[in-house]
Design a binder for this molecule. Structure first.
Ligand code: SF4
Length: 301
């Protein structure tokens, strides 16, 4: 493994590349990355880097988002067919149809969508800024929120006067976490502050003390005096938390594993840097149409 890591470092220098990894990737991938973060942080990093090549260790929509923000750069996906199940629940065709049915709605789209779907949105958001994005719209605008019904319900509950139409999609990993799963882990660690990702169901969110994106969770744990926490999101986040906050302990629901994220390994990173495979290519008109909603998202931190 050390040999592969060394090879990656060499290739990275030769290619003038930067390696970005999502919080849900496996520990060895996070450890080799130049930056580990959530979708918003990584999108901003992708738009600002001076590197010529971006290796995006994440599912395909993340590489596409980087390409939309930096079309002049080469964006490589180590495992191009690692696809987010939620993104697959909102096709561009279905979204166009929904726009026709709701012609006066503002389409707010979660970043977990394909580039083509993004090209039909008015503004994108992440779990870290969705509340801010929806709050920024004119009060009487109806919002068509796609594709995560759980994140949409969470926003709708926080903004009860806002008219929102919710798409019927979800993250299968977060959506299958039950209230019983959460109760069990909370009872096993009494007194530990608990938190959940807004992709979870309402009944799960109602059980925890804090709801936020993975970066919000990290901030919460960093500033808290507690030394153990219940974390309800994908288990890859444990490595990020343990790396940044040594000495604190984190309790997860162990079945919350995103298999596409875990498919990415060091060999895949080395291979794509070596032969420049897995390049993200998008039609120019899709990039142009998706740029405005994605840029609006990155401006709203
Ligand atoms: S955890 Fe869910 S939303 Fe995130 S990449 Fe995996 S399937 Fe998609």
């Amino acid at each position: 493994m050390a040999g592969t890591a060394e090879r990656i470092r060499q290739l990275k220098a030769e290619r003038n590349a930067v390696i970005l990894a999502h919080n849900y990737t496996s520990p060895e991938v996070q450890d080799i990355a130049d930056l580990v973060g959530d979708s918003l942080g990584l999108s901003i990093a992708a738009s600002r880097t001076d590197a010529e090549v971006i290796v995006f260790c994440g599912v395909s929509f993340m590489g596409e988002t980087a390409k939309i923000l930096s079309p002049e750069k080469t964006v490589l996906l180590p495992v191009p067919d690692a696809i987010c199940d939620m993104a697959a629940m909102c096709s561009a065709e279905d979204l166009m149809k929904a726009r026709e049915e709701h012609p006066d709605s503002v389409v707010v789209g979660y970043v977990n969508t394909t580039a083509e779907a993004k090209s039909h949105m008015d503004i994108c958001c992440t779990s870290g800024n969705a509340l801010k994005v929806v709050s920024s719209l004119a009060e009487d605008d109806e919002v068509l929120f796609v594709p995560d019904r759980n994140l949409g319900s969470y926003i709708s509950k926080r903004l009860p006067d806002r008219r929102m139409v919710l798409w019927n999609g979800c993250c299968p990993i977060h959506d299958r976490i039950t209230a019983d799963d959460v109760r069990r882990v909370i009872e096993e660690h009494p007194g530990a502050p608990s938190m959940a990702h807004p992709e979870c169901r309402t009944e799960v969110l109602d059980m925890v003390g804090f709801v936020g994106s993975t970066e919000d969770m990290l901030r919460f744990c960093r500033t808290s005096d507690a030394d153990e926490f219940v974390i309800v999101t994908e288990t890859g986040m444990r490595h990020r938390l343990e790396s940044e906050l040594p000495g604190k302990r984190f309790h997860f629901i162990e079945s919350a594993v995103c298999e596409p994220m875990k498919r990415i390994g060091l060999d895949d990173i080395a291979r794509c840097l070596d032969d420049m495979s897995g390049e993200v290519t998008l039609p120019a008109d899709v990039i142009t149409a998706a740029q405005n909603p994605v840029r609006r998202m990155t401006e709203m931190k």
